[in-house]
Design a protein around this ligand. Structure first.
Ligand code: HEC
Ligand code: HEC
Ligand code: HEC
Length: 439
């Protein structure tokens, strides 16, 4: 024990000396850098700032926007191509105010509208990490594919002025000063969700100028009420019973964010990456805080307070072969092997379709998308096996997909509305799935 402590102390001294030797201030303490690394996980900086198969944080990932493709930039401390010459003030201006070092406004594809809520102390830790904890990489930034006149940056300044929230100047409500433990968790959860977690950039619907319709619960119940990103519905995270988190416990939410799966569902689409790169790395205390906060959000629809109830009749009809409808047959032939005739699946392996919020959401985008292209759960430290669902785009026609999805939405107690072949055709085109098979 004693020996370990001495070795640790020595290695810290050696590291400190190394920084001093290459000109970096030895005063930057390892603890601050470590804290910055943790916060960069909470902010998921790596997801956008790393190209597929690229070096961490070297940028170059194309992000689709209605205007064209925007490329993330190199945020490694390389002095020529990265942010090695950024002072703390420059870094803060980019991260929380959306303004680059040379004064141009950043596209809100960089979620500075959320990061505006991060406290100065946390930005300082992030800065320490990006300057001293990240490997510098020489890689020039790419220009956007946006053509003139839309490529002019000055309208972004106007956008910023209209839609960006005020930047936090002092630490917000001091959570530590609140006595009651749950209240403390609530404040911490709100801070993580609204700020670094930028959950709302995907989970809140957008208005005509692509601004999020609400940046906090105080702005109204549009906040975290669901939005469509890259052909997936980032679901309602409010208290709604059928399509929100009303029937999930705090523990269910924390388990989902830690392992990518729970008794209700498994992460897919953009959320699989969020779990992989970000939430699985958070402490149990922070995950509990996020769950406490999400459970505090009232439902959008205050009248629908009853949870859906499981209904046995469909499972019986499938077992006895009395339901010979097109949807039932398509389900038996393509889905039942994994999701079972009961619609209950196998917990944490093949998610249940009965009473599932994915299945019951008014907007069926995710449901159609997953049937067409399949999906893979994240593999996490807590649950390493990344089970996958195959895509059926090349095997099922638009009508067959519509039939099976409509069947799933109306079976085992589910109450989703009918889906038509033209709904499927639209999603097939939007997500670039294979053309439907000829019959
Ligand atoms: C959802 C995607 C996304 C996430 C998450 C994200 N960024 Fe960015 N960031 C971008 C994009 C895209 C740009 C370039 C915007 C532009 O060119 O207008 C950018 C630009 C920046 C810049 C400006 C760099 C320059 O060259 O001036 C900094 C600094 C930055 N990000 C830091 C961060 C940090 C730190 C985090 C995590 C706390 C983070 N980003 C998370 C997408 C993202
Ligand atoms: C890049 C976009 C994106 C971001 C950022 C994002 N999510 Fe998601 N999230 C999704 C999508 C898409 C789904 C639907 C797929 C699924 O259920 O896994 C989803 C689903 C979920 C679910 C499951 C809901 C259900 O009823 O099954 C939870 C819980 C969740 N997200 C929480 C969060 C939290 C908390 C944050 C912020 C820390 C966050 N998400 C950030 C895209 C995102
Ligand atoms: C080989 C097994 C397998 C087959 C066959 C299969 N699935 Fe899946 N399904 C999965 C797995 C694994 C997941 C989790 C994927 C993820 O989270 O990325 C999943 C997820 C889903 C989800 C999302 C549930 C949620 O909330 O997390 C839906 C909806 C779904 N499947 C419907 C279907 C339908 C409809 C069919 C038939 C057309 C089908 N599946 C066929 C394995 C399968």
């Amino acid at each position: 024990m004693m020996k370990k402590t001495i070795v640790a102390a020595l290695s810290m001294l050696v590291c400190g000396a190394a920084w001093a030797a290459d000109g970096t201030p030895a005063a930057v303490d390892a603890q601050l850098i470590k804290q910055g690394e943790y916060l960069s996980r909470a902010g998921d900086c790596i997801a956008c700032h790393t190209a597929t198969n690229g070096k961490p944080f070297a940028g170059g990932l194309g992000i689709e926007s209605p205007l064209g493709t925007i490329y993330s930039t190199n945020i490694t401390p390389d002095k020529d191509t990265g942010i090695g010459n950024y002072t703390y003030e420059d870094f803060d201006r980019a991260v929380r105010h959306g303004v680059a070092k040379d004064g141009h406004s950043l596209y809100p594809a960089m979620p500075y509208t959320a990061y505006a809520k991060v406290t100065p102390d946390d930005v300082k830790a992030l800065y320490a990490y990006f300057m001293h904890g990240v490997e510098p990489v020489k890689q020039a930034n790419k220009d956007t594919d946006i053509t003139w006149p839309l490529s002019m940056r000055w309208p972004l300044g106007v956008w910023r002025w209209m839609f960006a929230p005020d930047v936090v100047t002092a630490p917000a409500a001091n959570a530590a000063a609140v006595a009651d433990a749950d209240k403390q968790a609530l404040l911490r959860g709100q801070y993580l969700v609204e700020g670094l977690g930028h959950c709302s950039t995907c989970h809140t619907p957008r208005g005509v100028a692509l601004q999020e319709k609400a940046l906090s619960d105080a702005d109204g119940s549009a906040f975290l009420s669901g939005g469509v990103v890259e052909g997936w519905l980032a679901k309602n995270l409010r208290g709604d019973m059928t399509d929100g988190l009303g029937s999930w416990s705090k523990e269910d939410i924390a388990a989902f964010l830690k392992s990518g799966r729970n008794g209700h569902s498994a992460a897919f689409g953009g959320m699989a990456q969020v779990v992989q790169d970000s939430t699985q790395h958070l402490t149990d205390a922070d995950l509990n805080a996020i769950a406490v906060y999400l459970k505090s959000l009232p439902p959008v629809n205050k009248d629908a307070t009853k949870p859906l109830a499981y209904n046995e009749t469909v499972a019986q009809a499938l077992r006895t072969g009395t339901d010979k409808g097109d949807g039932a047959m398509a389900f038996l032939n393509n889905c039942a092997a994994c999701h079972r005739s009961t619609g209950k699946g196998y917990t944490e392996t093949f998610p249940q379709l009965a009473l599932s919020s994915t299945v019951n959401s008014a907007d069926p985008t995710s449901l159609i998308h997953i049937v067409l292209k399949g999906a893979q759960m994240p593999g996490t430290t807590a649950a390493p096996t990344a089970y996958a669902m195959p895509g059926f785009d090349w095997r099922m026609t638009d009508k067959e997909v519509a039939d099976v999805v409509t069947f799933v939405r109306s079976s085992w107690g589910n109450q989703g509305a009918k889906v038509s072949a033209s709904d499927v055709a639209k999603v097939r085109k939007d997500v670039g799935a294979a053309p439907q098979p000829k019959r």
